[in-house]
Every structure is written in structure tokens, then in C-alpha cells.
Design a protein around this ligand. Sequence first.
Ligand code: SF4
Ligand code: SF4
Length: 301
Amino acid sequence: MKGLIFDLKRYAVHDGPGIRFNIFFKGCPLHCLWCHNPEGVSFQPELMLMPSRCARCGDCVRSCKYGALSQDPEGQVQADRSRCTLCRDCLEACQREAIDIVGREFTVEEIVAEAEKERVFFEQSGGGVTLTGGEPLAQPEFTGSLLEALKRRGLHTALDTSGYAPSEVFRRLSEKADLILFDLKLMDDKRHREYTGVSNQLILSNLKVLDNLGKPIWVRFPLIPGVNDDDQNLNAMADFLSDLKSVQQINVLPYHKGGVEKFRRLGREAEFAVFEPPSSEKVEMVIDFFKEKEFQVKLGG
Ligand code: SF4
Ligand code: SF4
């Protein structure tokens, strides 16, 4: 069994306790306009161009048998992704590593072998493996097998999820993880649809299911000015979460523009939006707001 993964990150410290080995699943049923990992949205491998590394030599264009690459009058490489077969010839041709294909299949055994290399760091720091993305629950059979394999080896697992999955899948896979990092974005359903492309009703109902399972939950709140930083949303979140008993902390994650360059590299600028990061005063205000409601709050993951 194989899973489509777009990155493996060692020594991560923001996605669960201790030092983490993060596995980024490719493919997500949501389409958040602020996404900072846009290479995790599509369920297919994708061609990525990195103009800042490009010498405009044209070797890639000449190597492509399918006419998927061209150069504009300034020598800038352009891709017609509808013609690209992901054959990788242009990656071989480019001496500057200015082209890549994001997304590669891994077996459970391959991922476990990579995670095992980090065991000493996990033991020293109380860390473990975090499944993130993209959406791990969108590849349910692979995710289930991977969580079981990691558990058999005694490795701590955190599952980072949007909560948007059929309830049976959500419950079955949540039970296999040690900690759930649950992304909560917007409480108003109409606005949730507008900004993420899906309703939040399934997400909120899954969060209640999770709470009843008694799994430790860290709620992750991406703070985006003009989208979800208003009093109405903050109060609705606090009211909803105060009824739950398994929420150990809220992680406030201030929006940053890290995804913007990646939209461009993927040729998908039109699908996303650019926002302004929150001021430090706003971030402090939101943290204080949740603290006053007696939640444990942490800046960052
Ligand atoms: S991966 Fe193959 S088909 Fe796609 S642009 Fe590169 S050479 Fe052309
Ligand atoms: S081969 Fe690499 S450096 Fe040369 S034009 Fe293509 S992407 Fe740019």
C-alpha cells in the first residue's frame, strides 16, 4: 500500500510535543484561500517551477518531448501543465534544480524506516511522528496502516486534521493516534464555505465525536485578519470549545505569506488569495481573550 506524500520534515518543533518527524500528505478536500501549503491541496503530483534559481538557459524546454515548456521573450520558463506527463526529463536536464515535481508515493515501510532514524531525538525530547498535509484522513487506508505500524514500534503519533472526513473514517483513524491536532478555522458556516469551499457542520460534529472519545486535542486556530479575528467568531469558538472536555490547549497560528511564492511556483495564483499578517497587538489580544476564558493557549503549534 502506498501514500502520496509531498514532504518529509525532520527536527520539527511546532506540530506536537518534543521533536517531530512530520509527514506531509498530498491532497486535501478543503481549499482554504490562505493555504500556506498549496502543494498539499491537489491529489496529484505537480510540476513546480522556481524562477529565482533559473538561469534561463532553455535546457529544460529542449528536453521536453511533450511541448509542455516554453520561454517568454525574457527567457522566463512557462509551463503548460495540461501537456505535462510528469516524465521528469526536464528535472534531469536542469543543472540548477529550478524545476521539481512535488508528490511522491511511499510505502508504510519506507516511512517507518525514515521515522526510526529519528528515534533517539524522540526519546530525548518526548517527541514523535506527526501526520499532516494536506489532509491525512483523505488517504484513510494508508493513514490507518501507518498509524498502526508506528504504534507497534512504540512511537508517539499526532494526527493533524481539518476534521473534514466521513464520521466513520474520522473516528476509526482518530482512535489510532495518540494526539489530535484539530484545525478550527471559522464558526459561521456561510463564511466557512466562502473561505474553505466546504461546510463546517461535519467538522464541528467530528470535533464533538473526538471529544467523546477522550483523545487529547490541541485546537489549532489560524488567525487571519478580516477572516476570523472578529469578536463574533472568537466568542463562538470559545463557547463551542468550553463545552468540550478533551481540549488541552489552543494553538494560535498567525497567518504568514509563506504560501504565496508557492502558489506562483505551481502556476495556481488565481486559486488563492493574499492576506495581511495580523499585528503583534492583535495576536496578543486573541491569546489574552482565550486565556481569560481559561484555556491553555500557546503561540504557534
Ligand atoms: S516533466 Fe516531462 S512532460 Fe512535464 S514539463 Fe518536464 S519534460 Fe515536459
Ligand atoms: S534548465 Fe533549469 S536553469 Fe535552464 S531554463 Fe530550464 S529551469 Fe531554468
